[in-house]
Design a protein around this ligand. Structure first.
Ligand code: HEC
Ligand code: HEC
Ligand code: HEC
Length: 204
């Protein structure tokens, strides 16, 4: 069978191409010039000499896992990989509660279903940040919709402000409708029920 041998120059150019891809990705991840400098951010006074005392965002953030959106840090990964360890409480008796409970939201029209993960949120936030002022702690009791989110309500209170922007549709709309076989709403594991996830002293 006449198999066409890959000629040497080809192998070299493929290797070079792959190498270049790799190099440009890793340079992107570490290049502090990807971050706007303080003197250009429209907030700091560029004529103030004291600016030199402040750390530039690029210097502070370029060592963390890169994200192309928002402030270019994948904070979830930074926390997961132990690269940052934010203080959880000021007072030793404050209880820290991380829960692992996904909510699948199906009122998404033509879009993929929304998976809201409690775990990743409660690693950063207390229940009272959301319950019950932004979201009632009962599935479907809050009239969440995309228009209000884009107006800065519900998920939009944080997303687009302090967490990844609303242009990242697929990070929320992450579950293809036809791939999801379970029940919509709270994804309790075997033996769990809503009783196990009571919000203590919710803000009314
Ligand atoms: C921060 C999370 C988040 C992001 C980002 C997001 N959505 Fe949504 N979207 C939701 C939630 C939550 C709902 C309501 C789901 C429910 O109530 O079942 C929704 C609902 C929708 C709906 C259903 C109709 C409606 O008005 O509610 C559409 C269409 C939609 N989104 C489109 C988009 C598009 C397009 C983008 C990107 C430009 C986007 N979404 C980005 C969370 C998000
Ligand atoms: C970032 C916001 C946010 C935080 C923080 C948060 N939740 Fe939720 N929670 C939600 C959303 C969104 C829903 C779904 C609401 C809906 O479907 O209308 C929900 C739903 C629930 C439900 C309803 C489940 C059901 O079966 O009806 C419970 C219970 C709950 N959360 C408990 C908690 C507890 C306990 C904490 C703290 C350990 C917490 N949540 C932290 C946003 C949050
Ligand atoms: C009180 C603030 C707050 C609200 C409200 C909120 N989020 Fe988040 N969300 C965060 C923060 C903080 C992070 C982690 C940092 C980041 O990824 O930007 C996060 C991360 C996420 C992630 C990424 C999880 C991962 O594993 O990478 C998803 C998905 C998400 N949010 C969806 C939602 C949806 C859907 C809603 C509304 C139903 C919502 N969030 C409401 C603050 C919030």
């Amino acid at each position: 069978m006449p198999t066409k041998a890959i000629t040497k120059p080809n192998v070299i150019s493929i290797t070079l191409f792959l190498l270049l891809c790799f190099v440009s990705v890793s340079v992107l991840a570490a290049d502090p010039s990807k971050w706007q400098r303080l003197e250009d951010d429209g907030l700091h006074d560029p004529s103030n000499d004291a600016l030199d005392e402040l750390q530039q965002p690029g210097d502070a953030l370029s060592g963390l896992p890169y994200d192309y959106a928002g402030n270019r840090v994948n904070w979830i990964k930074a926390l997961q990989d132990g690269l940052i360890a934010p203080r959880t409480n000021l007072f030793p008796d404050t209880s820290i509660r991380v829960i692992d409970l996904d909510i699948i939201m199906n009122n998404t029209g033509e879009m993929h279903l929304v998976r809201f993960p409690h775990r990743q949120h409660t690693e950063w936030l207390d229940c009272n940040n959301c319950h019950n002022k932004i979201f009632i702690d009962k599935v479907d009791a809050t009239p969440v919709n995309m228009f209000s989110i884009l107006q800065g309500e519900y998920c939009g209170r944080c997303h687009g402000a302090v967490s990844f922007p609303l242009t990242e549709c697929n990070r929320c709309h992450s579950v293809p409708r036809n791939s999801f076989k379970g029940q919509f709403g709270a994804q309790y594991k075997e033996g769990e029920s809503r009783e196990d996830f009571k919000v203590e002293a919710p803000l009314e």
